[in-house]
Write a protein that binds this ligand. Structure first.
Ligand SMILES: Nc1ncnc2c1ncn2[C@@H]1O[C@H](COP(=O)(O)OP(=O)(O)OP(=O)(O)O)[C@@H](O)[C@H]1O
Ligand SMILES: [Mg+2]
Length: 325
């Protein structure tokens, strides 16, 4: 069966989807069932040109087929065993995160300039290709791929090469499994992320990075447009969160900081994005520069891990526990 025939068959396994609708859905990028639960009925009806009630029915059927209905705690507990954790390169940082960066949720790392957000994002793109026994996701000769949406123009292939070589990986090979897109506006960033579900299954995408998720939202909107900004950011994050859980992949967001004028004592930096971001991300990490290579990572918020902090290093080899390796 050809790839297109397989997609048609999958979509037509829903009672409400006939051949004509399935073809139109594929044309518009709805190429698998998993993409439907993260689509609104308004969007589906508009793009496919069907009624809203028909679109709602299609989404409901997809949810049912994929098992997105009420479940017992016992079932959820079993499902949580599918969660995988990716090494950051630093064992201490992995421990702080409960074993590494988790699949199925949004992880955010925020901090001032030079705190190591982009370095950590590069590191994950390399780590993900390590064998499972070494903290990566590589198994069954199926190389895990990463997508890097670069909103600041700071992605550097040279760093990927350096980090790959330090693990004894073939740098050229590693680079062919990382797809980078430079985003130019918040709209472009959203568009790029909405294209990801179409390639997730074909390409074995296991990690999506957005560096930084708030850059454009911060620069494009004026103070008087803050409600519109938060609304757009909210929808974007909702999409990313659903994508992470539907496909059980890592979605790793970096975020900038701003000064908190209300702070009287202590550290006065707060992440950009306000409550919208803080409510959507499940794991929140704050990075701080201590001295030239040393950084401190503090777990600020997690749905089940205790707060805490550790020190790590940014070395030529990547993120590590010690400076001299
Ligand atoms: N090859 C390397 N070897 C060692 N350290 C490096 C190397 N490349 C970059 N660094 C260090 O990484 C730090 C920059 O980190 P990074 O770019 O991740 O910061 P950031 O948090 O993303 O900052 P920004 O908010 O400006 O994007 C610098 O201190 C730099 O010295
Ligand atoms: Mg950066």
């Amino acid at each position: 069966m050809s790839n297109d025939e397989e997609k048609l068959k999958e979509l037509m396994s829903l009672k409400s989807v006939g051949k004509a609708i399935a073809e139109k859905m594929i044309e518009c990028g709805y190429t698998n069932l998993q993409v439907l639960p993260i689509t609104t009925s308004e969007e589906l009806s508009l793009k496919i040109g069907i009624s809203k009630s028909k679109a709602k029915k299609i989404i409901e059927e997809a949810n049912e087929k994929l098992g997105y209905v009420f479940k017992t705690v016992d079932d959820i507990y079993k499902e949580r065993k599918n969660i995988r954790r990716l090494t950051t390169g630093s064992h201490k940082l992995d421990e702080l995160l409960g074993g590494g960066v988790e699949t199925g949720i949004l992880t955010e790392v925020y901090g001032a300039s030079r705190s190591g957000k982009t370095q950590l994002a590069h590191q994950l793109c390399v780590s993900v290709q390590l064998p499972v026994a070494e903290g990566g996701f590589y198994e069954d000769s199926n190389v895990p791929e990463a997508i890097f949406i670069d909103c600041e123009g700071t992605f550097r292939p040279e760093r990927i090469a350096e980090m790959s070589m330090s693990f004894g990986l073939n740098a050229n090979e590693v680079m062919t499994h990382i797809q980078v897109a430079r985003a130019h506006t918040s709209e472009h960033q959203i568009l790029l992320s909405e294209q990801i579900p179409q390639i997730i299954m074909e390409k074995n995408i296991q990690l999506v990075v957005i560096d930084s998720v708030t850059t454009f939202f911060r620069s494009e909107f004026t103070k008087s447009e803050i409600v519109a900004r938060q609304d757009r950011l909210n929808k974007h994050l909702n999409f990313l969160k659903n994508m992470a859980s539907t496909y059980n992949i890592i979605v790793f967001l970096t975020n900038q900081v701003m000064a908190n004028p209300d702070a009287i004592v202590g550290d006065s930096t707060v992440p950009v994005g306000g409550h919208v971001l803080s409510h959507k991300v499940q794991t929140r990490l704050y990075l701080r520069e201590v001295r030239e290579r040393q950084r401190v990572a503090r777990l600020m918020d997690s749905s089940y891990l205790p707060p805490g902090q550790i020190a790590f290093f940014i070395t030529p080899a990547g993120i590590r526990d010690a400076e001299d390796i």
